[in-house]
Each structure stands twice: as C-alpha cells, then as structure tokens.
Write a protein of this length. Structure first.
Lengths: 384, 175
C-alpha cells in the first residue's frame, strides 16, 4: 500500500513539473464567414474565441464558411474544395455554436469549446450572490438560485449534469449540489463550521471539500452519492480549495502550514503531503487542466498569485509560478476549459469583478459581455 | 457511564444519517422563489453530537449585535493579537453571568480569493472560540460562521478600511 502511495505521488509530481506549452509562433488559419446575419455573427465570434482562426474578408481568407438557414458549408478558398457541409436541427446561438465546433474540429483536428458552459457567481448587489450558468461566450445567462443570500465556489461534475457549490441559504456555509437536468438540489455537507470548496474527482465518484467540523479548516473527501466523509489533512493552519489531478490520484490544494498560503499536493487517500509552490508570496485557488485533446499540451496547474496585486499564474514544476495574467489589476480564480488551452478568470478593475477568457497559447484576453452587477468565481464546464 | 451513552448515541446517529443520507434530496426546484423554504437545515451526516466547533444555532432569530467590541486581525493572519485579549476577556466575563449562546462571525478584508478568505474567516472565528474556551466558557455555547470577504463594515479600499474589516464580531442569542 505504501509503495502504491509513493508511486502515485511520484507520477503526479512528474506531471506537475511538465512545462505548459505556450507556442510563440502559433499561426492562425484565416476564415471568412458569410450568410444569415444573426447566426453568422455568433459563429464569427466563436471562431475568433477558439484562438485557431482570424476572421478575414472572403477574398483574403484561406477558408470560406457559408451559413444558409440551418446549414453550413465550408470550403478552401484556393482550391474551392469543400471541407464541410452539414445541416443542423438547432436554431439561434445553439446552431452557431454547433457549427463553430464542427469547423474547428474539421480544420484544426481539435475539439472546440463553443458548446461548453461556464458556471459563476452572480451578484446583482454585493451581498446577494446567486449561482448562475451561461454559454462560454458570456451569453444566455441563467440565474439558477433565488436564495437572496451569499454563495460561492461552483464546480462541475465530470459529466456536466451537476454543480456543487457553497450556499449560505440557511445562514451558514453549506455545500449543495444542483442537478441541471432534474432542476433539483440537495445538501452534500452541512456540519457546524465551514462547508465549502467542493470539487468532483475526474471519475465523478468522490468529492473533495473543506470542513472545519473537527476544529480547523481541513481537507476531506466524501462519496459523491453522499456521506463517507474522510479527513485527509491535519495541521494547525488553513486548508482549502482542492483541485483533482487529471488522473484522479492526487489533489492539489491550498495550505498555509508553511506560513503563507501555497499549493500543496496530497494523495486522494491522504498520507504525506508535499508543498509544490514556494513563491511568489501567496498562491491560492489551484485548477489542474484536464487531459487536453492536443497531445502537445501538458497538464498544468493554474493559480491565483499575490504579488502586490493578484495575478494568474501557472505552476511550472520548479516550486515557482510563471505569471500568465499580470497587468497590475486584481485577477483571480482561473478555471481551465476542457481543451486545456483556454482559461476563464475574474478581473476586478476598481474592485468590480468581471469575467474574462484567456487563450493560454496566444495570451489573448477577451472580456465577456458586461452584465448588471458582478460576476466572479467562474468554473468552466466539461464537454457534454 | 455518560461516555458510554454518548458513544451509543453517536453510533446510532451515524447509522441513521447513513441510512437516510443517500436519499435525502431536498425537493427544491431551482429558479423558483420558494427555493429557500421547506426543509430543515442540516444534511448528510450533519448530526454533530461530538461537535468540536459548537452546534449551529438558528440564525433566523436575530441576535444581539454590537454588545462587544470586534476583535481585529493582521493581514492573512488568524492569530489573536495581545491588544485584543481584553476584548475577549470582556466577552468571557459577560457570558459567565448568563446562559446565552454566542455566534462568532469571522470576516476578512476584500483582498484575495473568496474561497481562501472563507477558510481564513472561519479560522479567525475558531481562534476567538478557542480563546473563550480557555477563559472558561463552555464550547457548546459558542458556534462559528465565516462570511469571508462578503461583509465589510468599511467600503473604501485602503489600509484603514481593510484593518477594520479583518475582524471577529460577536452575536449573543437567547435560546
């Protein structure tokens, strides 16, 4: 058993040490989109957000996409060769997102993210924070709760059907689970003290979370079906914010056991933990990228680092964190898209939090459409 | 003898919560106005006879706030500073003269992530609770809640405001 634990630890650390692949010379394909206005406009934005395309006019672009009703035809401009022709059942934005993913898949060989969702915390007024989901492009916002209390830290189940989150619905922070299909929710953890930070294991069987029921905020796991609580850590400090490794064998989390909050790693069954980051002064909110479709991109841990202001960084395996978004504005709570290439995060300009998308490869930031109030703590949903 | 009864009760409680736990779905439809009404607080395994952090008291009955001076903290710290000891002694001596329950509310300043601050706020509340226990107050009377960075008292964004927001507040409840 001990040997197994050591083996898992070793594998996880090797993965964590892999550099994230930021290709400086990445070349985008050019594409023109013509046809029915509302759908074509959404499709254009999707192709731009994919990071794989730049939009050009029809006589300049390598590819031409023609939208007609619910059909889409894509051809290579130079050779006039058809590369994609498909009719869809969907309408509106859903139609455009489906077309975008097919075009990205056909031309780049990568799976697109246009049909994914992002969960986040929506605050119309500062003290009322509700759970919300939207399309990845910031449209089609649905506020799921109407508790009139605070909530936080949404995380998706691996199949995208459920969201675990923290809710002060009864006054105290509880971990609830919302089922997007049945539209029901249930209590996962409601002990005295704090119940928060829930995160599903990649196989969906287990949830890691923070509980203080035994006298201190510590890391626990529980069965995703309910119950089976098991304590993983035992320190005098604070443990929070678990994030599972892509293989589900270990959990990255925050601990201030070394004096300041840093990212640590522990086996899913507990045992010895080891510190991953040592600088900058504080690192919190790890999110481990899922296995990317692109074999060249390696799993990496995105974090929130404090360097005067707060910035987004990537743990590069050598106890340090490489800055990714460091613009002198407070940036926080990175969450990886399932493609292992994009990140959604919160940027608080003048202390008002809004959501941004980041293409890790090109470092381009896209501000999502403005909403009334604030959006924070985003979580990018899986492919469904 | 007492200990034996406690142990038996605990085993029973765990058995009951395991049996009922999996099927304990709150029949709440998302996105409906009545989503907060109906079921009891508590959940799977929430029976906490041996609670080390104090059983929850019902927060819907508004308690008495402002009776005690808040305890303040340094940035990213949950350590009770020597300057704050007398405030906790005042809380302890008042509690010795009555049978009220106490909720310690832990708060942080606005810097940093919501989730880490939620844990930090809890640690601050637990630090005060521990100090009160060492001053002779029964831990069963003291529960904790962390509001993280959600409830600042000072809305500006500077050192003075931040130092006032990093605090424990004390709410007494008759029950």
């Amino acid at each position: 058993m001990k040997i197994w634990l050591m083996f898992f630890c070793f594998v996880s650390v090797v993965q964590a040490q892999a550099q994230v692949d930021i290709r400086k010379n990445f070349v985008k394909k050019s594409i023109a989109v013509v046809g029915d206005a509302p759908v074509a406009a959404v499709l254009k934005n999707d192709l731009r957000l994919s990071g794989a395309f730049e939009i050009k006019s029809a006589n300049e672009a390598e590819y031409l996409a023609l939208v007609s009703g619910t059909s889409c035809a894509v051809s290579q401009s130079a050779t006039k060769t058809a590369v994609l022709a498909k009719a869809y059942q969907a309408t509106g934005r859903t139609l455009a997102h489906a077309m975008a993913d097919d075009i990205v898949q056909t031309i780049t060989g990568q799976r697109g993210i246009a049909q994914t969702k992002i969960a986040f915390i929506y605050a119309k007024t500062p003290r009322v924070k509700e759970l919300a989901v939207m399309d990845y492009d910031g449209f089609n916002i649905q506020v799921l709760t109407r508790d009139g209390k605070s909530s936080g830290h949404p995380r998706w189940s691996p199949n995208g059907q459920k969201i675990a989150y923290t809710s002060y619905w009864k006054g105290y922070p509880d971990v609830l689970e919302a089922d997007l299909d049945s539209k029901q929710r249930r209590v996962l953890a409601s002990f005295p003290g704090v119940n928060s930070g829930a995160a599903y294991s990649p196989d969906g069987s287990t949830i890691a979370l923070t509980l203080s029921k035994d006298g201190n905020p510590e890391l626990y796991t529980m069965n995703a079906n309910g119950g089976g609580f098991r304590r993983l850590t035992n320190t005098d400090g604070i443990e929070s914010s678990p994030a599972w490794s892509p293989d589900g064998q270990s959990i990255a989390y925050v601990s201030n056991a070394s004096g300041t909050p840093q990212i640590w790693l522990i086996d899913r069954n507990g045992g010895e933990s080891r510190r991953l980051t040592a600088s900058p002064s504080r690192n919190t909110e790890p999110d481990w990228s899922r296995p990317p479709a692109d074999a060249e991109a390696k799993p990496a841990i995105a974090v929130t680092s404090e360097v005067g202001k707060f910035q987004i960084g990537i743990y590069d395996g050598d106890r340090t964190v490489t800055p990714l978004v460091a613009d002198g504005i407070d940036n926080s709570d990175p969450s990886w898209a399932p493609d292992g290439r994009h990140i959604v995060f919160a940027k608080a300009r003048n202390y008002r939090s809004r959501l941004y998308l980041l293409d890790v490869r090109t470092k381009e930031q896209i501000e999502l459409p403005a909403i009334e109030g604030e959006a924070s703590e985003p979580a990018w949903g899986p492919w469904r | 003898m007492n200990r034996k009864i406690l142990a038996q009760t605990l085993v029973l409680a765990i058995a009951v919560s395991t049996l009922t736990g999996c099927a304990w779905w709150n029949k709440h439809i998302l996105h409906k106005k009545d989503v907060t009404t109906g079921s009891q607080p508590g959940g799977i395994g929430s029976t906490s006879i041996d609670s080390k952090v104090g059983d929850r008291v019902d927060l819907t009955n508004e308690g008495s706030r402002g009776e005690f001076t808040p305890v303040y903290f340094d940035y990213d710290s949950a350590k009770i500073k020597p300057s704050e000891f007398t405030k906790l002694e005042a809380v302890a001596s008042a509690l010795k003269g009555n049978s009220k329950k106490l909720v310690v509310e832990g708060n942080t300043d606005e810097r940093g992530t919501a989730e880490y601050n939620r844990a930090l706020g809890e640690k601050r509340a637990l630090a005060a609770r521990q100090a009160l226990i060492s001053l002779g107050i029964d831990g069963a009377r003291i529960s904790t809640v962390s509001y993280g960075k959600d409830r600042p008292v000072e809305m500006s964004h500077d050192d003075t405001a931040w130092s006032r927001n990093r605090r424990d507040e004390f709410v007494t409840i008759n029950q």
